[in-house]
Write a new protein. Structure first.
Length: 291
């Protein structure tokens, strides 16, 4: 399988993939600032994130190509565009306020050729920005693009460090933002931690909550569900909590006593909250046991 360039586009602010030849593979490396021609024939600048197999067919620009490493002249041009961003964002925000639009503009980027200007914004709902585009096109004398992004994409572009103190995963190595659900939180027994501890800088559930779900599912095998009625050597009790990593079970007995026991101390699962009552067999060898 041929490698592709995985490039962070300075204009589009996203990760794109461009086919890579064997010669390209030898001439370029991760971290290089490059100039590429997109599928529309326009030149843009970007930074090589890494060179490797294609990861997403939707991101692959089959008819695009990398032209060269950025020269000193190219770098001066890129720097000049960067210096003008703040002024462009400020003017756009002023026009948004004047038009009373419910949107938050947080970034801008100029195309390498300077003919296009893109603004990124977040909004709670769809925004009719046609009048804004007309005003900005007249003010900047450029083709205007407005792109609405979600809070996770905004954090990916702007954030630096996460709660762990390391660079946020979505910016450092993740190619694609995958969905994170409350079920993943429940599998890991973290639902009692509170929203602030489970949320990332984007305000959504932490991406890292997805990383260990598969292992937690594997380790939960053989443990009773919360709400199950189990039999120990002394009495019957209801399962009210699990310590998956240490394979311990928190129970409350019929007498109202709270206890934490190891999974091997459970002799039998009498009933589960989802599967109904399990009938015990007369043969001890065939009774369901936890190993």
């Amino acid at each position: 399988m041929k490698n592709t360039f995985h490039i962070i586009s300075f204009f589009k602010k996203n990760l794109i993939e461009i086919p890579c030849t064997e010669k390209d593979d030898a001439d370029y490396s991760a971290g290089d600032i490059i100039i590429y021609r997109d599928e529309e024939g326009s030149e843009d600048a970007g930074k090589i994130n890494y060179i490797g197999p294609a990861s997403d067919a939707e991101k692959l620009m089959k008819n695009a190509c990398v032209l060269r490493k950025a020269t000193s002249h190219d770098l001066q041009k890129i720097e000049s565009h960067e210096e003008r961003k703040a002024e462009a964002v400020m003017m756009c925000c002023d026009k948004v306020t004047e038009l009373n639009l419910n949107m938050h503009v947080f970034d801008a980027s100029f195309s390498f050729d300077g003919k296009r200007l893109a603004f990124l914004f977040t909004a709670d709902e769809r925004v009719d920005f046609r009048e804004l585009v007309k005003i900005l096109a007249g003010a900047f004398k450029k083709q205007i693009h407005l792109h609405q992004v979600g809070p996770r994409d905004r954090a990916r572009m702007l954030a630096t460090c996460g709660k762990c103190g390391k660079r946020v995963c979505c910016k450092s190595w993740m190619d694609k933002l995958l969905s994170i659900t409350m079920e993943m939180v429940r599998v890991q027994g973290l639902e009692g931690k509170g929203g602030s501890k489970l949320s990332g800088v984007c305000g959504k559930l932490l991406c890292c909550l997805r990383f260990e779900v598969e292992e937690y599912n594997r380790m939960r095998e053989g443990l009773p569900e919360i709400g199950s009625i189990v039999a120990t050597k002394d009495n019957e009790a209801e399962v009210i909590g699990l310590d998956v990593l240490n394979r311990k079970v928190k129970i409350i007995t019929r007498e109202g006593q709270f206890m934490v026991i190891e999974d091997k101390e459970i002799k039998k699962i009498i009933s589960t909250p989802t599967g109904g009552r399990k009938q015990p067999s007369e043969s001890p060898e065939s009774e369901p046991e936890l190993i």
